[in-house]
Design a protein around this ligand. Sequence first.
Ligand code: CS2
Length: 432
Amino acid sequence: MKLSLATLKAASPSVRTPAYDVARLRAGMVHLGVGAFHRAHQAIFTDDAIEAAGGDWGVVGVSMRQPDVANALSAQDGLYTVETLDEAPSYRVAGAIRATLTLPQDPEAVLAAIADPAAHIVTLTVTEKGYCLAGGTLDLQHPDIVHDLAHPLAPRSAVGALAQGLAARQRHGAPMTIISCDNMVENGARLGRAVHALAERLDPGLAAWIETSIAFPETMVDSIVPATDAASRARVAQALGLTDEASVQREPYGQWVIEDRFAGPRPAWDQVGAQIVADVAPHRRLKLHVLNASHSALAYLGLVRGHEFVHQAMGDAQIRAFLEDLVETELAPGLPGLPVRDYWAKTAHRFANPMVDHRLAQIAQDGGLKLAERVYPVMIANARDGLPIARLGAIVRAWLEHMGAGSPDLDLLPQEIRRDPILRAAILGAAQ
Ligand code: CS2
């Protein structure tokens, strides 16, 4: 039997299920990119917030390209299981996702969901490349943006869906909060500028309304969510007594820091562990440049040394020593005022969790875009301040070698890095 509203009562009593009436929950939010990270992170904060304080905060989850996840969820009435990978794994069924759509198949419905006056918030996890940015602003030459300008009612990009959804929303004028939940520097401001830039080209009146009525808070999101695999699916089925084609797995740790800049109401996220703060930047700098940067280091250094998972690469004395040196000599001095060493100690403990089979290959994807957020900003600042950058350079080199099957392909570097003699020397290894 498959998990659904009809079978939920048959789920094993050891599995936590929603303490609210899922069937009566209505949607108050839209999420673009309903992948594993959203289901394991924001949707769980939302599920907790609904349990704690009520409210019609159901989520319309949108698949941006392939219909598979949306179809699997809709066949289960939006229900899915989260497996938490602790010493003894635990399981809960989440009910926050109330409807699913696939953008290429249902563009009108996606735009209508964004325009719906009952919806107050859009959240996004579309990965770095989903923002179609170049140099921090919207790339008007990006094929998806070129497409969305020509066919605004059938957008392909998140930015296109938001601009056109807001165009429909402007008719009734209700404000909205749009929250980027991807690992990027200035994620809120950049998304805001991108949506504004596209709107400007569609209709300057729309762009002006967006400026006054739509909030784009900054965020930092954190939880390690390995791609769902057959082993996790099997454990879920065993624990639940039902099959689940949309389950996800995650580590116990989860953090969400959101800038206190909402245009309207929000779920009681602050009552269930999310931090609503005036300034996200210090939290995000720590996370991006310590956790995500060392994650990328583990991926590129670990794969070439024959490791498959993060916890294995963490057990490699040479890699571990590299990371400790990186933190001590380059990250701690490069991020003054932040508790870098303490944060790293906790992060190292999380990375070493043997229950979490997080594939290095998953982290290695999209290296060019990821390093631009995680590594280059500290590398550039350290070089400017006369601080060491050899290890940061070594991460970049390891990525270039990963891409070039052993020989670094310098053409992959952005011009400002390639042309800077100090950065270039650090990457080529001549700086030590
Ligand atoms: C990882 C992140 O895949 C990656 O590039 O570094 O997804 C990481 O697992 C999360 O940001 C943790 O919050």
